[in-house]
Design a protein around this ligand. Structure first.
Ligand code: FES
Length: 146
């Protein structure tokens, strides 16, 4: 299995690992198939993501995609953060091997769950944001058949 240099870099030196104590939103998702878990913390001020951190019990690809995803959302508005999809993250990492694509969904879903948590706490709606799932297989069941 070949990993790009960027994936290796973000795996070996992950950015934004940790916890935000007074986070504005926290999201956690798991992937029952591999047993991996991802937790994302967001600090949001004036509608912008000031800081993002993650903690994971996940594989190398999950670490690298979360590292990149948290880097990409920093400084973005909530609406812009929704555009940080697993595809966008994979592109920023110069791709992932096909069997590892589902790992990038963990980062995206945990990010969405954290945004959802924030929206709930502040009684607001983020256009296009759907309620989070606890297990990403619920979402990607049909895509994972191969
Ligand atoms: Fe589970 Fe990568 S194998 S997230």
């Amino acid at each position: 299995m070949e990993y790009s240099e960027k994936v290796m870099d973000h795996f070996m030196n992950p950015r934004n690992v940790g916890v935000i104590e007074d986070a504005s939103g926290v999201g956690q998702v798991g992937n029952l198939k591999c047993g991996d878990i991802m937790k994302v913390y967001l600090k949001i001020e004036n509608g912008r993501i000031e800081d993002a951190k993650f903690k994971t019990f996940g594989c190398g690809a999950a670490v690298a995609t979360s590292s990149m995803a948290t880097e990409l959302v920093k400084g973005k508005t909530l609406q812009e953060a929704l555009e940080v999809t697993n595809k966008a993250v994979m592109e920023a990492l110069d791709g992932l091997p096909p069997v590892k694509v589902h790992c990038s969904c963990l980062a995206e879903e945990a990010l969405h769950a954290a945004l959802w948590d924030y929206a709930q706490k502040n009684q607001m709606e983020i256009h296009g944001l759907k309620a989070p799932v606890e297990d990403i297989d619920e979402l990607h069941q049909n895509e994972n058949e191969d």
